[in-house]
Design a binder for this molecule. Structure first.
Ligand SMILES: [Zn+2]
Ligand SMILES: [Zn+2]
Length: 233
């Protein structure tokens, strides 16, 4: 018995060790409304820290104090805090806009942030979809017109991939608040941060929708009951 327990304990320790020890940094530009300053942005275990070369705008934000983090592109990170710009007026929340001066943010960095943050973030960096996933050709509706792309339904994620890069999204199914489909040609996805409405180019089959529905509304044993449904049909 003893031999059985020891190896799994070691594996556990190594895994948490590597995840927690990880941190990374980038040379960045902090964009002001007018001009910018330069420095280093360090994503650590507990906080994101900005070290400005001139020291002026150096500061750090614990992950818990970040209202919204948006990996806007591989070279842009937007950090919204809970601080107001001025406590005297009801002003907008303080936002820090960083451009990456060297290197690129990857989906791995994005996942790193997602794991650290306590609130859902906006994740626009998309890796290639799983081969096994269900692909739905769609149009994402904008106020005027829209962008075309593909929704890919994975076991735990819903991915929207389009040439309109700023609309790319990787949603964890558990982070989606609601979905809706009034008919097989429309799908609405609402997260804590935003709502996306899609026109489907081909009808959404009820199996895919049921799968999403069960996952998003956290029905226990979604897979098991799905198998049961199929058995009784
Ligand atoms: Zn600055
Ligand atoms: Zn779009």
């Amino acid at each position: 018995m003893r031999f059985k327990f020891v190896p799994s304990f070691v594996v556990c320790l190594t895994l948490t060790g590597t995840v927690q020890a990880e941190s990374f940094e980038f040379r960045v530009k902090h964009d002001h409304t007018l001009g910018s300053c330069e420095g280093k942005l360090i994503a650590g275990d507990r906080e994101i820290r900005y070290e400005a070369a001139d020291g002026k705008h150096s500061q750090s934000w614990a992950y818990i104090d970040i209202q919204k983090l948006d990996v806007a592109s591989p070279t842009r990170l937007v950090l919204k805090t809970f601080q107001s710009r001025s406590w005297k007026k009801f002003e907008r929340d303080k936002v820090f806009d960083f451009s990456v001066a060297e290197g690129k943010l990857t989906p791995e960095h994005q996942e790193f942030f997602r794991a650290k943050l306590s609130r859902p973030m906006v994740t626009r960096l998309v890796e290639k979809a799983d081969r096994s996933s269900t692909l739905l050709p769609v149009r994402h509706r904008h106020r005027l017109g829209g962008c075309e792309g593909q929704l890919s339904v994975e076991e735990d994620r819903l991915i929207y991939l389009t040439d309109h890069a700023s609309d790319n999204r990787v949603w964890k199914l558990r982070e989606i608040e609601t979905i809706g489909s009034p008919d097989p040609y429309h799908l609405r996805v609402t997260t804590y941060n935003e709502t996306f409405t899609f026109d489907l180019k081909s009808p959404l089959d009820s199996k895919t929708y049921d799968f999403l529905w069960k996952k998003i509304y956290r029905l226990e044993n979604a897979r098991a009951s799905e198998a049961e449904d199929q058995g009784t049909r």
